[in-house]
Design a protein around this ligand. Structure first.
Ligand code: SF4
Ligand code: MG
Length: 298
């Protein structure tokens, strides 16, 4: 497949420190919240890549984690609950020269927004989706989420849950994400590395960051997450989808959480395919969403 005729990500490099990507907005997260680790990891990754804040868009839905864009020196869109993915898809198609980063929680992404997740992966939208997975709804004060473990008692499951939790990593592998990684948010070095590599990856990158909520989840604490994480061995073949799924399933059977880069592959992104469509149908090479829309007019 030919390369698209539009600018690629990260051409606009700058030399900024992590603190330069941080806004002055005071934090409204609780003390000890795992989301601080995610933010630190993201700021480090942006600095290491040299992303120009003028070419960075941080998009979120609703939730404690979805407030992260307030703290990042970037363009940002705080969208409806669960709708960050579709909005980000539109932004990425309209401006494929921008770096698009979605940040959000397990409830926002996999319950309210769950219908959108497979489509981001199968379309291979060129962006990174950072899930801040604390296995609970924090902002609305402690309801059961789709990743809650049944042994956790929440305001909506006071005697414990009766449902098996969804595994975001297995889900994304199944639906065709081309970059999948996982880390404990407190392991800022690994989280930052996965975010950096995911942002530099051409395609849909999904990074699941296990992020404790000390206010409303008293079983998935920072210590519990940290103790349960096992880095995948160097021998793990990140190009092998079956190996990735087997690694996750084997770890789950043993009550463990595999961390690191689990899977990475290359295939054409949605904007590349759209550019090819424009060239094939419209006879010109310049990628422009407006021209695609014009093609669709009767
Ligand atoms: Fe973090 Fe939980 Fe507090 Fe929300 S309620 S800020 S997720 S600790
Ligand atoms: Mg949550």
């Amino acid at each position: 497949m030919n390369a698209p005729a539009h600018p690629q990500m990260h051409l606009h490099k700058v030399d900024l420190k992590p603190k330069d990507y941080k806004t002055d907005t005071p934090s409204f997260w609780c003390a000890g919240c795992g989301h601080f680790g995610v933010l630190t990891g993201l700021l480090r990754a942006l600095s290491e890549i040299g992303v120009d804040p003028n070419h960075l868009v941080n998009i979120s839905g609703i939730g404690c984690s979805s407030r992260l864009p307030y703290f990042v020196n970037s363009y940002k869109m705080h969208t409806l609950h669960g709708r960050a993915g579709p909005v980000a898809t539109g932004v990425q198609l309209a401006r494929p020269d921008l770096s698009v980063v979605v940040t959000g929680g397990d409830g926002d992404g996999f319950s309210i927004g769950g219908g959108h997740m497979p489509h981001l992966a199968r379309k291979n939208v060129n962006m990174i989706y950072i899930l801040m997975d604390n296995h609970v709804y924090g902002l609305t004060k402690g309801q059961c989420s789709p990743t809650s473990r049944p042994e956790m008692k929440t305001t909506t499951t006071p005697y414990g849950g009766v449902e098996e939790p969804l595994d975001p990593v297995l889900y994304m592998l199944t639906y065709g994400a081309t970059y999948v990684g996982q880390a404990f948010a407190g392991n800022v070095k690994l989280a930052s590395q996965l975010i950096k590599d995911g942002m530099e990856h051409k395609g849909f990158a999904f990074v699941n960051l296990l992020s404790q909520c000390p206010s409303f989840n008293d079983i998935d604490t920072a210590h519990a997450f940290k103790d349960a994480c096992d880095q995948v061995p160097d021998s793990h073949d990140t190009s092998d989808l079956s190996a990735a799924m087997n690694a996750v399933n084997a770890a789950k059977q043993a009550g463990r959480i595999p961390t690191g880069l689990l899977y990475k592959t290359e295939r054409p992104t949605l904007d590349q395919r759209m550019a090819e469509l424009v060239e094939r149908v419209g006879g010109h090479k310049d990628y422009d969403l407006r021209k695609i829309i014009d093609l669709a007019r009767p």
